[in-house]
Design a protein around this ligand. Sequence first.
Ligand SMILES: [Zn+2]
Length: 348
Amino acid sequence: MKKLFCLFTLLLSFCIIHRTGAQNISKKPLQTLIIDPGHGGLDPGAIGTKASEANVSLQVSLKLGDTIAKAYPDLKIIYTRTTDVLPGPVQNKDAALKYRANLANQSGGDLFIAVHCNSAGKHPGGWYERRVVGKTPVVKTYKKGKKTYTKTTYQYQYENVFVENKAKGTETYIWAVSKNDDKINSVSKNNEYMGEIDSTSTLTLPDPSDPAEKARMLIYAQNYFRKSLNLADMVQEEFKSVGRIDRGVKQRNDKGIWVLQATAMPSILIEIGFISNKEEEEYITSEEGQAEIVKNIFTAFKNYKERLENKTKENKDAEKEKEKEKEKEKEAEKEKEKAKDKEPKKGF
Ligand SMILES: [Zn+2]
């Protein structure tokens, strides 16, 4: 009977050890990835000469998800949309943004990647402008009293000149923790393009005077900001490595990237190229271009994931070391106590 009991206890403890082991394995820092193709359906986003931002973002997002799923079959990937609709599907852009954030949060996402295309506004591809190409002097004489005066005026020659929509390159956005952050790239200074600004939005930006909003901003600053920045940096590095123009990692806190702060996880928004630039539109819509973009984002994701896992492992190892030290100290204490007990007692 005693033997049986021992065997049972042994079996039970084995099961417990085994289970905790399995739990440790499943407790990876990155288990759920949210991929958010920008815009969709009623909201086509920026329009190029032949493609829409919503469609290009969706194509690249799905390809990115496929590549990541093949490399990490255990990773859970959730798309905010997989077809040309506003996610939800809901009836307006703001509701769609809220849906994206809620879905990410309710799914317990560990990382949020939004894919968008940039636009410099104006006419995609380029536009014609009337420009002065020459002037001919016209001399007129006139009399005032007895004096004769001459006056020179000019006749201008105009021509319609094609102006290319030149802005190009990639940039990755993260949510700026503070509005007073001097790293924030002021969009108004750069009137060359409009980015993701959406003046029609009714979304309210987080209000730092509201304690709940402030708490959320603090959590973002402490837990997610650094990670978002690291990943954004890695993405831009990969784009740069294949010769894309690197417009950098940008920190903003406006309505266009509202969704980044509404997700309780590290989050980035990648502008994969300018759909308003004819050459770049060609690239971001081509099979080869999309494959290269996906490869770049995937490599950055892989590096980010590995770095995160190594850090977690390092932390765990450090914790184990600490525990070992504690055990040793306890042992030493016990030894001391024992030695004390052995000491001949005085005073008796
Ligand atoms: Zn967009």
